[in-house]
Design a binder for this molecule. Sequence first.
Ligand code: HEC
Length: 125
Amino acid sequence: MKQLASFAAMALFVGGGALAQGQPGTEIKNAARGGLQDRSARSAPEALFVEKCGMCHRQMGMGTVILARRMPPALAMLEQRNDLTVDYVKEAARSGIGNMPRIQRGEVSDAQLAEIGRYLAKGRP
Ligand code: HEC
C-alpha cells in the first residue's frame, strides 16, 4: 500500500499525465469507455438527472473524475452510491461543494432538485 502510494505520487510528480494514462488506482471503471457518455435514462427522474447533472456526474464528467480521487472509483458516479440522502444532495447542489459550483433555482427548481435527490437517495430520506 505504502509502495503503491509513493508510486502514485512519483507518477504524478514525473508525469502529470498519470490520470490520463490510467495508472493503477486512478482508473475509473467505465469512465471513458469509447469516449462517449451514456446519456440514456429509463425513468423521468433519471432523465432529469442526466439533463441537469449527468454532464459532470456520469462517465468522464468532472464531478466523477474529482470524486474518484477521494472515494473508491467504482462509487465515483453519484448513481452508484448507497449513502446519499435527499438533504445531502440538496445541500451540495444549492451551496456548492469543493469544485462544484452552486446550482441556482433558475437552472434547477426546488421541485426538480427534490426529484433528483429522491432518485439518487433510492429511498433514503
Ligand atoms: C459543472 C459540473 C457539475 C454539475 C453540473 C454538477 N456537479 Fe455535483 N459535483 C461536481 C464536482 C466537481 C464535485 C466534487 C466536488 C469536490 O469534491 O471538489 C461534485 C460533487 C457533488 C456531490 C457531493 C458528493 C460527495 O460525496 O461529497 C453531490 C451530492 C453532487 N455533486 C450532486 C449534484 C447534483 C444533484 C447535480 C445536478 C443538479 C450536480 N451535482 C451537478 C460537479 C458538478
